[in-house]
Design a protein around this ligand. Structure first.
Ligand code: ZN
Length: 387
């Protein structure tokens, strides 16, 4: 048992000074003045610290990705220590551009490995391409038979790297994912990779207008990648859809018009978008290619899960978004939208995933995942098998 005492708690709603009691990997109680005999329980005095739910990063290329500048640019797998440093206790793994040298079997194995190392994982079936590659032969079977598979993606549209799916192909894919989700009690959500193409959200708008599939079946990502797409995202979210920002970035992207996530969150809220419609993800381990004017790759970096929380921190410290408004984009919102049971909240019955932050500058101080310390007072207490 672990009792975190005297922290300023955000569940992510502001709960004031309460104690959090955890046992067996779950949260038992979140209440003022919990007392437990010391022989049964580790008591940690977190006075002066801020306790928040462990972060959920719902779009991470845990198996590595990329290769967009040739074989040498294939990016490495996610290391546990990066997740720990980033306060990320739950990741949703996905494949990206490359679904040939990267496979769903490999993705699932990597996800199970990260589970064994101490964090929680889910995966998406498919990758950029349509028709979709699945593990068991169909999207519905994947959702019904593989516990970790919770949806589809990232399917690429409006991008030069997309397989340019037709309207009918795209609708069929979304319909299968919806049915599989309904039958398995999962979200069955379609994670859509949006490129810089002029068509933007056209395909999505057409599905919503012409079929019975609701806007909430989709989680379009990279919504902050250019000013036009950002504005389309505002309209999509005000119409009831979800929008996902990508926190991994490089200065060149911002210079070209990418909207910094912290600023984008404030602007969307000011534009009247409900905070519940917004998520941030890191696109961790994805490649960050830079292209010249002819579309040739001229450089490649790697996204990091450690980019996730700093954008929430910047939203609070620089953009003056209240912490209880900013936190849900990496906790309660992705957990709710993706139906990740037991995740994203500090509440009785939920998984014991918790991050302690320093007051004022909001630095990550400690990380607990499924009731186990992964970082304590800045010192990592766990690492990946080969780290
Ligand atoms: Zn993408």
């Amino acid at each position: 048992m672990l009792l975190i005492k005297n922290a300023e708690v955000y569940t992510p709603a502001r709960a004031g000074r309460v104690d959090v009691l955890m046992a067996g990997g779950r949260i038992l109680r979140v209440e003022p003045e919990i007392r437990m005999p010391a022989e049964y329980c580790e008591v940690f005095d977190a006075a002066g610290l801020v306790a928040v739910p462990g972060f959920v990063d719902a779009h991470v290329h845990i198996l590595g990705g990329g290769g967009e500048g040739g074989y040498a640019t294939r990016t490495p797998e996610l290391a546990l220590s990066d997740a720990i440093r980033g306060g990320v206790t739950t990741v949703v793994g996905c494949l990206g551009t490359d679904g040939v040298t990267r496979s769903l079997a490999g993705l699932l194995a990597k996800a199970r490995g990260l589970d064994e190392e101490g964090i929680s994982t889910f995966v998406l079936t498919g990758h950029y391409a349509v028709p979709l590659q699945t593990l068991t032969g169909s999207i519905e079977r994947d959702l019904l038979f593989v516990d970790k598979i919770i949806g589809v993606g990232e399917v690429a549209i409006s991008d030069h790297r997309s397989t340019q799916p037709t309207f009918d192909e795209f609708v069929r894919l979304a319909a299968e994912s919806r049915r599989g989700g309904i039958l398995s009690g999962k979200a069955g959500i379609v994670n859509i990779h949006l490129g810089d193409g002029r068509r933007g959200l056209d395909l999505l708008r057409r599905v919503i207008a012409e079929t019975e599939i609701p806007a909430t079946q989709f989680l379009p990502t990279h919504i902050n990648r250019n000013p036009g797409l950002f504005e389309e995202g505002i309209a999509h979210a005000k119409g009831g859809g979800f929008v996902d920002f990508t926190t991994s970035s490089i200065p060149a992207y911002i210079a070209e018009g990418e909207v910094k996530c912290s600023e984008g969150l404030r602007r969307m809220l000011e534009a009247g978008v409900a905070g519940t419609q917004i998520t941030f993800t890191s696109d961790g381990q994805g490649s960050l290619p830079t292209f010249d004017e002819q579309g040739r790759t001229v450089g490649v970096g790697v996204g990091r899960v450690t980019s996730l929380f700093p954008e929430v921190r910047d939203a609070v410290l620089q953009e003056r978004v209240p912490l209880d408004v900013a936190l849900p984009v990496i906790t309660a919102n992705p957990a709710r939208i993706l139906k990740l049971r037991g995740k994203g909240q500090l509440a009785a019955g939920h998984d014991a995933d918790l991050v302690l932050l320093t007051p004022g500058d909001l630095e990550i101080h400690s990380v607990v995942a499924r009731g186990r310390w992964l970082m304590k007072a800045g010192a990592a207490l766990a690492r990946g098998t080969f780290e």
